[in-house]
Design a protein around this ligand. Structure first.
Ligand code: DAU
Length: 292
């Protein structure tokens, strides 16, 4: 399966920080925000990755990741000139998708814990798989309606009236029909193609599965300064307690065998001395000891 990270948008809620770098390049505790969704893709076994962002920010992402070979991955870059909707990523990245199934992750979505994404990617055959997460303020998201038997029956973007507490986080899996189905979408009232309309199109044809994320998974929002601060505090707390990093793509790459231990050690040698490099050195030690 291929992966797309959507990392564009105006980032206006993070002004003035986004004057100099896009939202997804801002630090969340000890690394750029985009490291988290990138690690989620790598942990799910996806290493052919397209990154979609604005013409201004794309060069910065290229500087950060290059061709991806350092992570045993391959990166392709696409410009989204205007933020005309999340599913537009599939039209822009069509030459990359090339008739395969694809997982899309939003560049500002942070997942911590056992999400089940890896199994969902591994077992995916056709149609679409989306996820449901229980939240306190569902009206801010795409909300899922269920019938009495627990079957998902509808998806509504930011509903005004309460429907349910389960919402769609920014990780979506679709089969190769995604491009044609996106082409058939019409812009919503806010003038954008909506990801919820795309998933509804699969749902109408009985081709959408919704998997609920288990209790204990943290899906963090980093869309405002205060949410960013909360996310950073959560990550710092867990990292300090466990001595294990969340959102470390280099570690995910070596754990999945995308790079060999020797390549990993060589790569570490090129990094500046500091806390991040020291952490990667502990990963090597852990692997040498054969402990998890
Ligand atoms: O975070 C999950 C939610 O993301 C879902 O529950 C909603 O169904 C979905 O519509 C979306 O809601 P948001 O209101 O958070 O969408 P937003 O417009 O903020 O876009 C999410 C991210 O995608 C943001 O970091 C910017 C980026 N983006 C967005 C659009 C519309 C782009 O790069 N290009 C775009 O055209």
């Amino acid at each position: 399966m291929k992966g797309i990270i959507l990392a564009g948008g105006a980032g206006s809620r993070l002004y003035p920080m986004t004057l100099v770098a896009s939202k997804q390049l801002q630090a969340v505790f000890d690394k750029p925000m985009i490291y988290y969704p990138l690690t989620t893709l790598l942990e799910a076994g996806i290493r052919e990755i397209a990154l979609v962002s604005t013409p201004e920010d794309l060069p910065r992402f290229k500087k950060l990741f290059g061709d991806g070979s350092r992570l045993g991955a391959s990166f392709t870059y696409f410009e989204q000139p205007q933020p005309e909707g999340i599913p537009q990523a599939f039209l822009i990245a069509e030459p990359f998708i090339r008739g395969e199934s694809v997982a899309l992750i939003l560049g500002d979505n942070i997942f911590c814990g056992i999400t089940g994404f890896t199994e969902a990617v591994r077992d995916f055959k056709q149609g679409a798989v989306n996820f449901g997460y229980y939240v306190n303020e569902p009206e801010r998201y795409g909300v899922i309606a269920f019938d009495a038997s627990g079957q998902a029956t509808d998806i509504v973007e930011k509903p005004e009236k309460f429907i349910s507490s389960y919402v769609l986080p920014g990780f979506y899996i679709y089969d190769a029909e995604v491009v044609e189905r996106t082409r058939a979408l019409k812009p919503s009232k806010r003038g954008e193609l909506e990801i919820t309309d795309l998933s509804r199109s699969y749902m109408k044809d009985g081709k959408l599965k919704v998997k609920l994320l288990p209790r204990g998974v943290a899906w963090l929002d980093a869309g405002t300064p205060s949410a960013m601060h909360d996310a950073a505090a959560y990550i710092q707390t867990v990292e300090k307690r466990q001595g294990i990093k969340i959102g470390c793509p280099e570690e995910a790459a070596v754990e999945h065998g995308f790079v060999s231990q020797a390549q990993f050690e060589k790569m570490i040698g090129t990094l500046p001395r500091g806390e991040y490099r020291s952490y990667l050195e502990t990963v090597v030690q852990r692997k040498l000891r054969g402990s998890k």
